[in-house]
Design a protein around this ligand. Structure first.
Ligand SMILES: C[S@@+](CC[C@H](N)C(=O)[O-])C[C@H]1O[C@@H](n2cnc3c(N)ncnc32)[C@H](O)[C@@H]1O
Length: 287
């Protein structure tokens, strides 16, 4: 069995540029080992001799777009869990959601986007929160929750609605017993919750596709901007600014900041909320 020669610096630079141009994901030199280790196996599958051949296959072959998808399936980091960062979700549940429900009490229409949702735990968590907040009133509302990601592999898992115990590690016991069924170590999301969420492939670089999705009341985009440089962050934050309702709320990850790249949103003061409202927005209740 032949072994793949290690990735040279220039091969890494070429691949890092391709990845950045396509998806805005920034791999610094220190993360070369991730790209190398995750793609080596792919080279073996394709029976390619080295990374030069892979780069040619990726950029010049007739299967280009399929291979880009395959590459993103492998190089993205899909770490997530249900009820990730509970204090922040508490701000959503106790402060933002009640205000929004009040503001939308006439139209009874609410739209939530979980951008870069990985394997679906985040949008299902939002569905559970909306479900338990509205209770019997849910039937009177039109609730749209969309989970998007660049990884088709991650979305395929999301679409099954089935998870290992690891995905449940930050889920409160009460939620587990009310909204999941466990069999042989596999946790299945309640069918009613599943029916509240749709999944779609979407690259955050694609502004046009985002436009087609219309305006969102809430956007969660957590733990992906850490992989972006300022230019890409600015582009994504600008896109969210275009696609959010004037009284909508953007939630970001607790270790992320958009300070240098943002002229569209102002931070809300909720402790541990890591949330933003479009600049100049009227308060939700008044809208
Ligand atoms: C660490 S996960 C975060 C999942 C979830 N938001 C959370 O906080 O638990 C990051 C996700 O971002 C996705 N991603 C990376 N670059 C992307 C891009 N350009 N467009 C859309 N999704 C992207 C990855 O595929 C991965 O599933």
């Amino acid at each position: 069995m032949s072994t793949i020669p290690s990735m040279t610096e220039s091969q890494f630079n070429a691949l890092a540029k391709i990845i950045y141009d396509r998806a805005g994901i920034h791999f610094p030199e220190t993360k070369k080992y991730i790209v190398e280790s995750r793609l080596s196996h792919r080279l073996t599958e394709l029976e390619l001799q080295d990374f030069d051949q892979y780069i040619a296959f990726l950029t010049m072959g007739p299967y280009q777009s399929d291979e880009f998808q395959e590459m993103f399936n492998r190089i993205t980091i899909n770490e997530t869990s249900f009820f990730r960062n509970e204090p922040q979700l508490g701000v959503f549940e106790k402060q933002i959601l009640p205000e929004l429900l009040e503001a939308r009490s006439r139209t009874k229409r609410l739209r939530l986007w979980s951008a870069a949702c990985s394997t679906g735990e985040e949008p299902f968590t939002l569905a559970i929160i909306v479900h338990r907040t509205l209770g019997v009133r849910l039937k009177d509302w039109s609730i749209e929750i969309l989970g998007t990601d660049i990884s088709e592999r991650a979305l395929n898992i999301a679409n099954t609605g089935e998870y290992s115990s690891y995905a449940m590690r930050t889920t409160p016991e009460l939620v587990k017993s009310r909204y999941f069924k466990e069999q042989n170590g596999i946790w299945s999301v309640d069918p009613e919750i599943r029916s509240m969420v749709n999944f779609e492939l979407h690259n955050l670089k694609d502004r046009l596709a985002a436009k087609r999705h219309g305006t969102w009341d809430v956007i969660f985009c957590r733990n992906v901007m850490i992989y972006f440089d300022d230019e890409m962050k600015k582009r994504v934050v600008g896109m969210f600014g275009d696609q959010i309702a004037s009284d909508g709320t953007l939630f970001i990850g607790h270790s992320e900041n958009i300070r240098n790249v943002n002229d569209r949103f102002e931070p809300l003061s909720h402790v541990q909320g890591f949330c933003y409202r479009p600049i100049g927005a009227a308060s939700s209740a008044a809208a």
